[in-house]
Ligand binder design. Structure first.
Ligand code: GRF
Length: 189
């Protein structure tokens, strides 16, 4: 059994799909949900499923060793970032080498890096007149949005409404993220 921790800051629609998909899974268990935001809806989702939650303060989420200590009781094998908006401290990355997975709502390296989160990504894609966009699932290393790419897939940009585009891209995220997690954690896609 692989234990995963989901880190999320907001609505947690990706977290919800992951929790649902692995609810009765034989090889993966969502063991804890971690958030920097005590109002994050993802905490409700976790509580409804009886999954332990941890709300981390700034003092905690900026300190990799504290974060590592908080995770120790759960014997975490992989950390899954799902809309987690804080930087992962380097010490935590070093404690989980190639064991932290992130999803980004664009075709990296395009539209990644600082400031590229949420609706800003989709606004930038439309402003740049891109004909395609998509998702990128990647390992997290010391450089923001630059770890090894595990998976990407694209869709055509057919709208000039960033919210519509966000909706379409989110659908892709829900379809593929848990499958890539499964592949990476247990080697079965
Ligand atoms: C997603 O677009 C994800 O790619 C990005 O943050 C967003 C989180 O959405 N990293 P949700 O909280 O899972 O709905």
């Amino acid at each position: 059994m692989k234990n995963i921790a989901i880190f999320a800051s907001g609505s947690g629609s990706n977290a919800k799909v992951i929790i649902e998909q692995f609810k009765l899974h034989k090889e993966i268990r969502v063991s804890v949900v971690v958030s920097n935001n005590s109002n994050a809806f993802v905490l409700e989702i976790a509580k409804n499923e009886n999954i332990p939650t941890i709300v981390v303060s700034k003092e905690e989420y900026t300190n990799g060793l504290i974060m590592n200590n908080l995770l120790l009781p759960y014997s975490i094998d992989f950390i899954i970032l799902a809309g987690y908006l804080k930087k992962i401290p380097i010490e935590l990355i070093q404690c989980y080498p190639n064991k932290i997975i992130n999803i980004h709502p664009s075709l990296l390296p395009k539209f990644g890096g600082k400031g590229m989160f949420g609706i800003h990504v989709h606004e930038a894609v439309i402003a740049a007149n891109e004909s395609i966009t998509g998702i990128t699932i990647h390992l997290v290393n010391e450089e923001y949005d630059k770890g090894k790419i595990l998976f990407n897939t694209s869709i055509p940009v057919k709208t000039d409404d960033p919210f519509q585009l966000q909706k379409e891209v989110l659908k892709l995220e829900h379809e593929f993220y848990y499958k890539v997690i499964l592949d990476q954690c247990c080697g079965e896609l």
